[in-house]
Design a protein around this ligand. Sequence first.
Ligand SMILES: [Zn+2]
Length: 181
Amino acid sequence: MNIVVPFTKLEPATEALARRHGAGFVDVSQDDEAYYRLLTRLWGMGESFLIVEHDIVPAEQVIAEMRDCSEPWCAAPFPQLLALKTADGQPVRRLQLALTWGLGLMRFNAALLRSHPDALERAGSLSRHWHDLDKTLLHVVLKGERHVPGPHLHYGECRHLRTEVDRFPLEPRLAAHHAVT
Ligand SMILES: [Zn+2]
């Protein structure tokens, strides 16, 4: 299984795990669209691949399950800090810790790439910014338009070493309260 680790700041535990599995490491720190270009390249190659982002550490069992799984699209949920918003989308400066799936740990198999050959092009027409990829590629293109139920989920342990607290304008006290490792 082709394992790819896109990184800007690679966590040692993620690196060690990925090296054990012969993963490829791709620096996507050049600009905000580098991650999009990487996915476009992988999609174009037409071979199954597993993305393990730079601060995600799945249990060995999760990797083994995904390697052996015949579903076209797989993910393992991991802890994520989500910014709470009001009903009309305004941030309320509070975070919620949730177990969610996303690009952080996701396997796309060759059948999915074949059935959605223009997925990256369509996602890119909405945005090519790394921050939007979960929404554009996963939710709008792969899930939303075809009303499919989303990826097949593997519920083994999957750690998320760094949360994304620094993306939100939080008071340090609140951020510390929500911090997870
Ligand atoms: Zn699966």
